[in-house]
Design a protein around this ligand. Structure first.
Ligand code: GDP
Ligand code: MG
Length: 442
């Protein structure tokens, strides 16, 4: 997939001592192939490659960066730009209720996303949220919104298939005003393909309800088709943003890379799972790092923040910032945190490829059970050993193994694994620490 391919390019690049027109061209050919394979639109690829080439040839190599790293930096920055540069927040700046019109093809994820985003607004921004369905073609669609709204803990305004969408919308807006709702989500009917009847209906609805946000929901797995549909919708309706759904299933990543460029509309959120908390704010910079296989440290930190003791997380960041070493106590802390975050599986793809590989090599299967064993081993160490792992020689190893009920090899493996992680942490504390700190404060 795209990340794996880029991973290889990045690895090659890092090894290059000098950037020449020749090796840049080689590398860019790889990047170009990777993008095309990921189903990114050709004009977008061409533009991207020419920008990277221009920037990297003019690139001053600064500080400790090798030319290869500098080029990776250029690729990452340009990927970020391609996806819009900065993230764009949901607009709520209006007389309440802020009306959110949810549009898109059938099966795109409008109804699911309505509940997800409603939940997000309620939980993160303490908003009072109402939903309503104008999908009068399928009775099941209204029921579905009712069900997911209840699951999301947000209110639902009933409608029925024998009503007109315009009347439903008018009644819901009236109700939302009288009951002081902050936001009203209007879920609409989609079709399998764009047709005039649907577009007319949505345009009329749009003119009537004057939404602050008109969000186009699109299935990222459709690749270039997703992008083309988005373009057509954007030409016919003043969209304010795009929500890419099913990014969890999109191995190729093409839609995320080209939809912004082709439509000019910002991607505001990404759907990353069927469950109602499977929604993330879209951050171009993080997405670019993820695509490049650098792992999504910022998301990890945020996730950690939600799931672990905030003070401990900050103390950890402070320690890292002060340049103090990462020791086995921190390692143990992290293992505990990983367990809190719901096991390794979800985390592995967020960790930088290198780190997860190290963990896998060192520990065999990475799962909660092996995490428990690691924790057990660290528990058998003295505080001094945890703080200064280099003092752990043969005798100490035997004692620790005995105490934890494991073989000495396992202690060795853990120490190896720790050492590799420590190396990674050192790398992060050089480049990524400031970003990480910003994330921690957030
Ligand atoms: P609508 O026709 O546009 O209202 O689409 P639905 O909300 O009914 O969603 C269609 C299907 O896509 C459902 O089975 C959803 O569970 C699924 N779905 C929606 N968003 C996501 C997502 O981000 N990830 C995954 N894996 N599935 C999703
Ligand atoms: Mg629906």
């Amino acid at each position: 997939n795209l990340t794996q391919r880029f991973g290889r390019v990045v690895k090659n690049l890092r090894g290059q001592a000098h950037l020449t027109e020749d090796n840049i061209t080689d590398m860019l050919r790889e990047v170009r192939m990777a993008l095309l394979e990921a189903d990114v639109a050709l004009p977008v690829v061409k533009e991207f490659i020419s920008r990277v080439k221009e920037k990297s040839l003019g690139q001053e190599v600064v500080g400790s960066l090798t030319p290869g790293q500098a080029l990776v930096g250029v690729v990452q920055r340009e990927l970020t730009e391609l996806m819009g540069g900065a993230s764009v927040a949901l607009n709520l700046a209006t007389q309440p209720p802020a009306i959110m019109l949810m549009v898109g093809l059938q099966g795109a994820g409008k109804t699911t996303t309505t509940a997800k985003l409603g939940k997000w607004l309620k939980e993160r921004q303490k908003k009072k949220v109402l939903t309503v369905s104008c999908d009068v073609y399928r009775p099941a669609a209204i029921e579905q919104l009712k069900t997911v709204s209840a699951q999301a803990g947000i209110d639902f305004f009933p409608s029925s298939p024998d009503q007109k969408p315009a009347d439903i919308a008018a009644a819901a807006i009236d109700y939302a005003k009288r009951h002081f709702y902050d936001a009203l989500f209007i879920d609409t009917a989609g079709r399998l393909a764009i047709d005039t009847a649907m577009m007319t209906e949505i345009r009329d609805l749009h003119a009537q309800v004057k939404p602050i946000e008109t969000l186009f929901i699109v299935d990222a797995m459709l690749g270039q088709d997703a992008v083309n549909t988005a373009k057509t919708f954007a030409e016919m309706l003043p969209l304010t943003g795009i929500i890419l759904t099913k990014l969890d299933g999109d191995a190729r990543g093409g839609a995320a890379l080209s939809v912004r460029q082709i439509t000019g509309k910002p991607i505001k959120f990404a759907g990353v799972g069927e469950k109602l908390d499977g929604l993330e704010e879209f951050h171009p910079e993080r997405m670019a790092s993820r695509i490049l296989g650098m792992g999504d440290i910022l998301s990890l930190v945020e996730e950690a923040q939600r799931n672990v003791d905030h003070d401990k997380a900050q103390a950890f960041a402070k320690k890292m910032k002060a340049g103090k070493g990462f020791d086995l106590n921190d390692f143990k802390e992290q293992i505990g945190q990983m367990k809190k975050m719901g096991g390794m599986a979800g985390l592995l793809d967020k960790l930088p490829a290198q780190l997860s590989r190290a963990a896998q090599q060192a520990g065999g299967a990475v799962n909660d059970k092996s995490m428990n064993r690691l924790e057990g081993i660290i528990n058998s160490m003295t505080p001094a050993e945890r703080a200064k792992p280099e003092i752990i020689k043969a005798t100490r190893k035997r004692r620790i193994a005995l105490g934890a009920g494991v073989q000495v090899q396992e202690v060795n493996r853990l120490l190896n694994q720790f050492e590799q992680t420590q190396k990674m942490m050192k790398q992060f504390s050089k480049g990524g620490m400031q970003k990480m700190m910003r994330g921690m404060k957030g």
